[in-house]
Design a protein around this ligand. Structure first.
Ligand SMILES: NC(=O)c1ccc[n+]([C@@H]2O[C@H](COP(=O)([O-])OP(=O)(O)OC[C@H]3O[C@@H](n4cnc5c(N)ncnc54)[C@H](OP(=O)(O)O)[C@@H]3O)[C@@H](O)[C@H]2O)c1
Length: 209
């Protein structure tokens, strides 16, 4: 699949390198594709990877992962131009200062993004675990859980396949409005990993009996 990764920070790097390793064609969409951080990442990702401006990355990709701070998302969407028919993998978390949700309750960041990108297929994914787990989602031989949700069946199946190929067990929580539950779950992860002192080598996993 041709995947654009918008943002070349911790999550963009982890996802882009992993997807390139799995054989996908990755284009890193950056505010400044010529910057050293971005060029180094392209070299690290290998032959199939390139860097581009945000509009060029969006225009050429089938799927676009949003990995910028929430505060930058609306601007990224505007810069992206025409999102019709694209799969948007929303990895963002709408975090406000003081470890609070900037949006939540009866709305989610993912639903706002869907409202800004009519004709695109927004799937929430990769927001409930740390970037380290996107590189290695195996704990003691067991796959950790990646929660996803979205309204379009085919787009969600594509994101499910992507997450499974990375080594995650996928749990589909339902339609895009269930992002209202997945976004606060990310805050629980951050609170555990940071203030509660568990560290970042932790992950959510569903168990059954
Ligand atoms: N860190 C985690 O473990 C984790 C896990 C799950 C989800 N998330 C979510 O994923 C998103 C990215 O997190 P991250 O930790 O990867 O962030 P990060 O390391 O700060 O990287 C964000 C990247 O977004 C781009 N960007 C675009 N507009 C920006 C702006 N106005 N200000 C700053 N950066 C801008 C930058 O790439 P360019 O310089 O190339 O434009 C930057 O490197 C956030 O929404 C976060 O809540 C994070």
């Amino acid at each position: 699949m041709k995947i654009a990764v918008i943002g070349t920070g911790k999550v963009g790097r982890a996802l882009g390198l992993t997807w390139a390793r799995l054989g996908h064609e990755v284009v890193f969409g950056s505010r400044d594709p010529g910057q050293e951080k971005c060029q180094t990442l392209v070299v690290e990702a290998g032959e199939q990877a390139t860097a581009a401006t945000i509009p060029d990355a969006v225009a050429t990709a089938e799927a676009i992962a949003l990995t910028t701070p929430w505060s930058a998302v609306e601007d990224v969407i505007r810069q992206g131009g025409d999102w019709t028919g694209k799969i948007i993998i929303d990895c963002t978390n709408p975090i406000a200062p003081g470890l609070q949700l900037a949006v939540g309750g009866d709305i989610s960041a993912a639903e706002l993004i869907a409202g800004w990108t009519k004709g695109a297929y927004v799937i929430k994914a990769f927001n409930t675990t740390g970037w380290e787990n996107m590189i290695d989602p195996i704990y003691d031989g067991e796959a950790i859980t990646m929660f996803i949700c979205g309204d379009d069946r085919e787009a969600k199946a594509a994101v499910r396949r992507l997450a499974e190929s990375m080594g995650f067990e996928v749990a589909d929580t339902g339609g895009l409005k269930t992002a209202r539950y997945l976004e606060p779950l990310a805050l629980a992860y951050i609170s555990l990993a940071g203030p509660q002192g568990w560290g970042r080598n932790i992950a959510f996993k569903i168990v059954r009996r």
